[in-house]
Design a protein around this ligand. Sequence first.
Ligand code: DX5
Ligand code: ZN
Length: 225
Amino acid sequence: MSKIRAVNPKIAPSILAADFARLGDEVEAVLESGADLIHFDVMDNHFVPNLTVGPTVLDSLRKRFDDAAFDVHLMVDPVERLVEEFLDVGASMISVHPETCRDLEKVLERIGDGGAKVGVVLNPETSETVLASCWDKLDYVLIMSVRPGFGGQSFMPEVLPKLSRVRDAIRRDNRDINIEIDGGISSSTIGAAAKAGAEIFVAGSAIFNSDDYAKTIAELRALAS
Ligand code: DX5
Ligand code: ZN
């Protein structure tokens, strides 16, 4: 019988919704408010229709927050060179979209060899069957619950059956792989995502648009537990 793992939800504020004029202070504020990870969205105006930040910005944040876990979500095509650059500046976790990789297994191997946790991202329309060739290399699967590119979009509940199928496959084979969900996570959607099997919850606008980060993070955590 497969083991039922204790759920210990992790909350990952997405800096996409932070005030970029005060980025370091915003990161400090969410870390002091109980954030487990800092979700770092990298967009290239090519794979997704938006442009954000690159390795130089993570380099500065890493120097200021040497203990923090930076969860880098790469929405860039091609992705290979940026994987190297984000490894160099101390990314703790790196996830890639299979559509951006010439050779997915090779990219995942490189992330793991470089010392970061290894993730694959599934867009809402991407089937979990792409994971078939890479289960052994994965530390986490990131399920998009919006189309990647922008914060503040509405949660897509139609991705939840896929999330549960991924959870079931992980349990069946007793693998040590976490499921992260990204997009439209708020106090009204986090419960359903947790119930379907998510363990790491990215939240941009729900946290950074709130008046009290600690209260919001605690509330999200309680609803996910
Ligand atoms: C979307 C990004 C998300 C985004 C989430 O492409 O990957 O991480 O910042 O923002 P919210 O929580 O506002 O949907
Ligand atoms: Zn993201």
